[in-house]
Design a protein around this ligand. Structure first.
Ligand code: 13P
Ligand code: SF4
Length: 308
């Protein structure tokens, strides 16, 4: 059976749409109707006319699509596609944290569970984080969760002193600065571009910092000879298509990482075979309890209003 053809046939028959993140395997990106970053994917989820959304990404992304589309079936290739960053913010402790700072505006990065979003005033993604924070009056204190690296970066750019939750992404904390510096010595013409979930010492040496979509846009507009790319390696699939003549080198990770480059093990539990089965069986379904969904949709809609 040709999986790609079968997926295309089933998609038409069931009026389904496939949304995929840039970190997904190239084969998955190739069958998707839309490939994008977290913001682009939630905007596509709002606009989806299909009856079924097949979400190839990690759980919090599919959950966001479900929160925005309670009447649609949202299926994922594998319910175990989690996220270390989302896991670093358990609802009970976060609830205590915000209760102990009642005067603070609560801003959360979209990489968190629906339960955390339900306690949030406004959500942001890596592509609109600065804009969202700047929309909040300067005198208001802010809690930012769960990513301390992104939070730190926003504090630097905006001059705010947001109170940060101590969470991080295993993938973006795995980059080996010594190996990157060696690579730079060997390739002095190369420029570094980095995702803001990376640690400060990586961001300091980057020529550009942005979301996955922002990084792709940047290399397209600045087609240098070589780039060292500090984010999950799946991005290279789309990026290389945009700049076929540019050399793209994935930023190396520390020795103990599962992959020599930074691969997100959560993203990679999804396969084309699992995606096909999810579409065929219309399962596993992503569900969000209605009481949580009703609260979680508000901060996401606030973000989407500010992101048009
Ligand atoms: P983007 O906002 O660039 O899609 O980032 C999502 C993500 O999970 C980064 O690790
Ligand atoms: Fe989560 Fe990091 Fe994987 Fe993104 S790369 S999905 S933040 S673990």
């Amino acid at each position: 059976m040709n999986l790609k053809e079968e997926i295309t046939r089933l998609k038409k028959e069931k009026n389904a749409v496939i949304l995929a993140h840039y970190y997904q395997d190239g084969a998955i990106q190739e069958v998707a109707d839309f490939v994008g970053d977290s913001l682009g994917l939630s905007q596509q989820a709002v606009d989806a006319k299909a009856d079924i959304i097949v979400f190839a990404g990690v759980h919090f992304m599919a959950e966001t699509a479900k929160i925005l589309n309670p009447l649609k079936r949202v299926v994922v290739p594998d319910l175990d596609a989690g996220c270390s960053l989302a896991d670093s913010c358990p609802p009970d402790s976060f609830n205590e944290f915000i209760k102990s700072h009642p005067d603070h505006v609560v801003v959360t990065y979209v990489n968190c569970s629906a339960a955390i979003k339900a306690m949030t005033d406004i959500v942001c993604t890596s592509s609109n984080a600065i804009q969202i924070i700047e929309s909040i009056p300067k005198e208001k204190p802010i809690i930012f969760a769960p990513d301390k690296n992104l939070g730190n970066y926003i504090n630097k750019v905006t001059g705010r002193e947001m109170l940060l939750w101590d969470g991080s992404c295993v993938v973006h904390e795995a980059f080996a600065i010594d190996k990157i510096l060696t690579l730079l010595k060997e390739n002095p013409e190369a420029k570094i571009i980095a995702h803001p979930e990376s640690e400060e010492h990586i961001l300091k040496i980057a020529s550009f910092i942005g979301s996955t979509a922002g990084m792709i846009r940047y290399v397209k507009e600045h087609p240098e000879e070589k780039y060292i790319v500090a984010t999950e390696v799946g991005i290279l699939h789309e990026m290389q298509k945009e700049v076929p003549d540019t050399v793209l080198i994935p930023a190396p990770a520390q020795e103990d990482n599962t992959c020599a480059c930074s691969e997100c093990a959560f993203m990679k539990v999804n396969t084309l075979q699992k995606l096909y089965e999810a579409l065929k069986n219309e399962a596993p379904l992503v569900e969000v309890p209605e009481d949580i969904r009703k609260e979680a949709v508000k901060p996401i809609e606030r973000m989407l209003k500010l992101s048009v």
